[in-house]
Design a protein around this ligand. Structure first.
Ligand SMILES: Cc1cc2nc3c(=O)[nH]c(=O)nc-3n(C[C@H](O)[C@H](O)[C@H](O)COP(=O)(O)OP(=O)(O)OC[C@H]3O[C@@H](n4cnc5c(N)ncnc54)[C@H](O)[C@@H]3O)c2cc1C
Length: 417
């Protein structure tokens, strides 16, 4: 029988942080991941760089990084391998290696190529989950579970209440298939950069570009001559409907070639450019969020509310890519200000031995638009890992975890809460 103290489903930044934390606490941990590596959106979706989550506190002249703890450790390990730049652009191949190593060092058992497909629940507790993989159907038992699937798959299968996208019409932020272009003459590109969006907008007006995104979003890359495009935009598709997700992949791939051809034919520096790669999966910014013990709102964020059970802090802007078409709205936090995220937003209703971490915690569409970035979800995962460790050691439910103890443990690991 496969039995662990804790099973984490999903190996993105939330899941890996939860699993490593619980492993370091001496718990027996299994992390189940449908892909072949850790990192989630960063690895499968080529999402890059780490968005900023920092501010100058008080009279400080230097900004303080608000995502500390395990996230800071991962950044340090990337630095040691010269795999991250000041701009926080990182090399995902090194990230995958580092995360494998960190998981193994924490004695986390890894199970790749395995899809969560079902759950067995009894009397308000998850007894086991079923995963499908090359070995067939596997039943895995645990005392505690963490749903870090991004889509709240485990919570939904367990009968926890949830919502999809924004409240008014359930539309989610657009999906994006990221891609990379190599062999760019960077000097020429830098000079031509300001001409890209005006020309792109002109060609949109002429109907020559179908992509509804308002501009061309390009980032540098750690490899010379390579640019990273986070600029396809698929709207009004449901990321947790398999046929819609397939249609999204097809639409986005057309957009990749449309954008690449546009750059190659019009922008100086792209004459010899080559399409290097697309992500192995379209990136999902938002899908299902649980309706947990506390629903975090934009008001909580904008008022920089400090919860008594705060387990993570943030001030990345409320960055909403229009779910219906063109445009991106932003609310930027004033310098020195930050909000907190309560432990209760990780607790789903109806189940006593499950926590949810990552972009699918209990938050509104607007609040999720800020808390979703990799540095913040990593902190949410770390908090979930500490909380289930306490629950597992003391044989109590996730609701009974002593908040003071949880917060002390997080502070001891260097987290800002
Ligand atoms: C296009 C795009 C651009 C973005 N840009 C940035 C950016 O520049 N910087 C930034 O910091 N953030 C950015 N974000 C946000 C950020 O990348 C994500 O919100 C964050 O990585 C989510 O982390 P997570 O751990 O919650 O989920 P994910 O990273 O999605 O991880 C979930 C994991 O669970 C696995 N999984 C899912 N379902 C199952 C299942 N049923 N069984 C087994 N495994 C399963 C998946 O394979 C995946 O590995 C972007 C997101 C997108 C989509």
């Amino acid at each position: 029988m496969l039995k662990y103290d804790i099973v984490v489903v999903g190996g993105g930044f939330a899941g890996i942080a939860a699993a490593i934390t619980a492993g370091r606490n001496g718990r027996s941990v299994l992390l189940v991941e449908k892909g072949n590596s850790l990192g989630g959106a960063a690895s499968n979706g080529l999402v890059n760089p780490f968005m900023p989550n920092r501010t100058r506190l008080g009279d400080d002249t230097e900004a303080t990084e608000l995502s500390q703890g395990l996230f800071a450790e991962i950044v340090e390990r990337l630095k040691e391998m010269d795999a991250i730049r000041k701009s926080r652009i990182f090399h995902e191949e090194y990230l995958k290696l580092i995360l494998n190593r960190m998981a193994c060092e924490a004695k986390v058992n890894l199970l790749y190529h395995s899809h969560l497909i079902d759950v067995n629940k009894n009397d308000g507790r998850i007894e086991s989950i079923i995963v499908a993989n090359k070995s067939g159907r596997m039943e895995i038992f645990a005392d505690f579970f963490i749903d870090a699937t991004g889509d709240a798959d485990l919570a939904v299968m367990s009968g926890c209440p949830w919502r999809l996208g924004r409240e008014s019409d359930n539309l989610c932020q657009p999906m994006t298939l990221s891609f990379r272009v190599a062999n760019v003459d960077m000097e020429k590109y830098k000079t031509a950069r300001h001409t890209i969006t005006p020309l792109y907008n002109e060609m949109q007006k002429q109907g020559k570009i179908k992509n509804v995104r308002e501009d061309v979003l390009v980032f540098g890359n750690i490899i010379d001559g390579v640019l990273h495009f986070n600029s396809t935009r698929v709207v009004k598709r449901n990321p947790v409907d398999a046929f819609d997700l397939t249609k999204a992949e097809i639409e986005a791939r057309e957009q990749v070639f449309e954008l690449f051809e546009f750059m190659k034919n019009n922008i100086d520096g792209f004459q010899n450019a080559q399409l290097l790669m697309t992500a192995s999966a379209i990136g999902v910014r938002e899908s299902r969020m649980i309706d947990g013990e506390y629903v975090l709102t934009a008001d909580d964020l904008v008022s920089c509310r400090k919860f008594e059970d705060s387990i993570a802090v943030g001030n990345y802007d409320i960055d909403i890519h229009n779910p219906e078409g063109s445009g991106t709205s932003h609310y930027y936090f004033p310098e020195g200000q930050y909000y907190s995220i309560p432990y209760r937003s990780l607790i789903p209703k109806n189940v006593d031995n499950l926590l949810v971490a990552g972009r699918c915690i209990s938050a509104t569409h607007e609040a999720q638009a800020s808390i979703r970035i990799m540095p913040i979800v990593c902190c949410l995962g770390e908090a979930a890992g500490e909380a289930v460790s306490i629950a597992s050691e003391n044989k109590i439910s996730v609701r009974e975890v002593d908040i003071t103890r949880l917060r002390e443990k997080l502070i001891k690991s260097g987290a800002m809460i």
